[in-house]
Design a protein around this ligand. Structure first.
Ligand code: ITT
Length: 241
């Protein structure tokens, strides 16, 4: 897909560990449901992802932002687009425009993945497809450890990257990027989170992301990108405040 759409605004990575928005109150009963949103006449914001792990984190990161957060479950007839971009940002824009056009809603999409320095940045944008979409994560981890053994670079520096894009109709309204730096753990540890979390060791906390609980949503690549989105959505001049 090409991203020939108009682009209005971008934000640089604010970096992990920024806690600007973390003090916002959370709703007592978790993410706002569709019914609650309809009762309060909030505008809808489609969180366009097919990944349940991502969606759970996005719901937490956007809690209380003043939108009725809806999911792709409302558009079961829309199948996911092919991801053909060579960068996270390109794929995020493509997904946001694709789902915004088909849903008619203000839409946020993100593209994310794990970059391992000793593997030249792999799996990178191909993180979900690495080893095949149907390969289990333990098998993907084994592939990565084999490749690292061959390079002799166990414990390689690595980072998670998240690029997000907000779109309405054919226009990209906002983009942001978040990263978290760490290294590949000696072995998978922890059963929280999703995807590659068990093999991503985060030195400041001395644990893998899969061994963290609520802390992941304050330090992660996704937290950095969605913190910037929150700031954009509440700015008076965007018309979304
Ligand atoms: P959508 O495109 O529908 O959002 P997807 O899972 O295909 O779902 P991506 O193409 O962006 O999304 O691939 C992201 C992959 O990167 C994801 O499937 C994981 O393998 C990995 N990943 C991204 N963020 C992660 C995180 O916070 N923890 C662990 N793995 C992550």
């Amino acid at each position: 897909m090409s991203a020939s759409a108009k682009v209005r605004r971008t934000s640089d990575d604010e970096g992990p560990g920024t806690t600007k928005d973390q003090g916002r109150p959370r709703t007592k009963d978790g993410p706002r449901t569709k019914d609650q949103g309809q009762r309060t006449n909030l505008a809808k914001l489609l969180a366009a992802t097919t990944n349940r792990g991502k969606l759970a984190e996005i719901a937490i990161l956007l809690e209380g932002v003043g939108f009725d957060l809806v999911t792709l479950a409302e558009w079961p007839e829309v199948s996911p687009p092919e991801e053909t971009g060579s960068t996270f940002a390109e794929n995020a824009r493509d997904k946001a425009l694709y789902y915004a056009a088909r849903s008619g809603q203000l839409t946020v999409a993100e593209d994310s993945g794990l970059e391992i320095d000793a593997l030249g940045g792999a799996p990178g944008v191909a993180s979900a497809r690495f080893g095949g979409v149907d390969m289990s994560y333990p098998d993907k981890f084994a592939l990565i450890y084999d490749a690292l053994r061959r390079t002799g670079a166990g414990g390689s520096p690595a980072r998670f990257v998240c690029a997000l894009a907000l779109a309405a109709r054919d226009t990209i309204l906002f983009e942001a990027r978040g990263t978290i730096e760490g290294r590949i753990a000696p072995e998978p540890r922890g059963d929280g989170g999703f995807g590659y979390d068990p093999i991503f060791f985060y030195p400041p906390l001395g644990r893998t992301l899969a061994e963290l609980s609520a802390e992941k949503s304050t330090i992660s690549h996704r937290a950095g990108a969605f913190r910037a989105l929150r700031a954009f959505l509440v700015r008076p001049d965007t018309g979304y405040a």
